[in-house]
Design a protein around this ligand. Structure first.
Ligand SMILES: Cc1ncc(COP(=O)(O)O)c(C=O)c1O
Length: 378
């Protein structure tokens, strides 16, 4: 017998395939209109059918955050892979093995030390690694600032010793802290201009810089122009989540991931319904806490995905979640959500919630459910 949302064991991570496809098409059309290649970040889903849908829509290659993702998707037939985390020397043998097997794996660095390690290992093994330099355009995380003299030192450390300098890459992660169209488009322009400037400096120093790669979901969806950029990366857009709805780049009706859960009890005096989705299902991510609207552990929806305004997953133990109404407690919570009621919870952060599950349940428009495996670990 086929499972339905009424019979599936809970908690379960459900992907609404219609919403996912809409999100994929929206991003790809935007990138096509801006005239840039699109390289989705697959760390959000770590799931083959999702990545296949992204490539089918027109994506060029993928971005990964672990070499395990690279191994997995290379085995699935994807060859153009950008490993967008600074290269650690102890992973070079694994990167080499992937390249020897035909994977067009590109590496990332933001220091002379790491560039030296890549170049030395490459030369010792007769391998020309393609390496991008990470640029810090918003002070958010790693990377070299566009004006930093170290940029040219890293460029020379790679190029002068026979490695292929692939270009520059930046990720304006601080865009997650913004929530107005003006601030978002200004950040997209800052990300673009900083990365293009870094590329121009390399070229002025007679160093090659074919790729200029930028992107985060908020900036990718807010950029008005991308002159000088060759490719954009984005990850969470494929499923979206409450953090992104607070940023303002999607609505809650675009969120393709939800956790199906069952009501297992009540504390009527407190206005609580207890459900079987705790933090083990939702993750501990409280990304909306510092945003304009705090959804606690998630937004409660009916089984068919309709948002129930004001009802949130207000608390989470390992396997227990607390559903309650914000503001005035619901004295009729047991009448509204009797034991056995199935609800769906929209997550704060799709990447973190997905990572709690070994598989997704893909919900097609007709209500059929398919099992989509996902992987985790390093
Ligand atoms: C290097 C890099 N590129 C792209 C992304 C995708 O960002 P988002 O999930 O906001 O689309 C990330 C996410 O952390 C990242 O680290």
């Amino acid at each position: 017998m086929h499972s339905t949302l009424d019979t599936l064991d809970t908690p379960a991570a459900v992907i609404d395939v219609t919403r996912m496809q809409h999100n994929i098409d929206r991003m790809q059309q935007r990138m096509n209109a801006l005239g840039v290649r699109f390289r989705p970040h697959v760390k959000t889903s770590k799931c083959t059918p999702v990545v296949r849908a992204q490539l089918a829509a027109g994506a060029n290659g993928i971005t990964v955050s672990t070499l395990k993702e690279a191994e997995y998707f290379f085995a699935e037939g994807v060859t153009d892979i950008l490993y967008a985390v600074g290269m650690a020397a102890h992973r070079l043998p694994q990167a080499l093995a992937l390249r020897r097997r035909g994977c067009d794996l590109k590496l990332l660095t933001d220091s002379v030390d790491s560039a030296d390690a890549i170049a030395e290992f490459g030369r010792a093994n007769g391998e020309v690694f393609e390496v991008l330099i990470e640029i810090d355009t918003d002070g958010h995380r790693s990377g070299i600032q566009p004006e930093d003299p170290a940029l040219l030192d890293v460029g020379h450390a790679l190029h002068d010793r026979g490695m292929r300098l692939g270009g520059v890459l930046t990720h304006a992660g601080s865009s997650y802290e913004l929530d107005t169209p003006e601030a978002l488009s200004a950040m997209a322009e800052q990300e673009r201009a900083g990365c293009v400037h870094a590329a121009e400096r390399l070229r002025a120093a007679h160093l090659p810089c074919p790729v200029v790669s930028v992107g985060s979901t908020p900036t990718a969806l807010s950029a008005a122009r991308l002159d000088g950029v060759t490719e954009v990366r984005a990850g969470v857009y494929v499923l979206f989540d409450l953090v992104m709805s607070n940023v303002g780049v999607c609505t809650t009706d675009d969120i393709a991931l939800s956790v199906l859960t069952t009501v297992i009890g009540h504390q009527t005096d407190k206005g609580w319904a207890i459900v079987d989705a705790g933090w083990m299902a939702m993750s501990r991510d409280r990304g909306t806490q510092k945003q304009k609207r705090d959804f606690a552990y998630g937004q409660v929806c009916t089984i068919d995905g309709t948002v129930l305004p004001g009802y949130v997953l207000s608390g989470a133990n390992q396997e227990h979640g607390i559903v309650s109404r914000e503001g005035v407690p619901d004295a009729d919570i047991a009448g509204r959500f009797p034991v056995g009621t199935r609800l769906r919870i929209l997550p704060n952060h799709a990447c973190a919630t997905g990572a709690q599950f070994p598989e997704y349940r893909a919900l097609a428009a007709g209500g059929e459910l398919a099992l989509w495996e996902r992987f985790h670990g390093w």
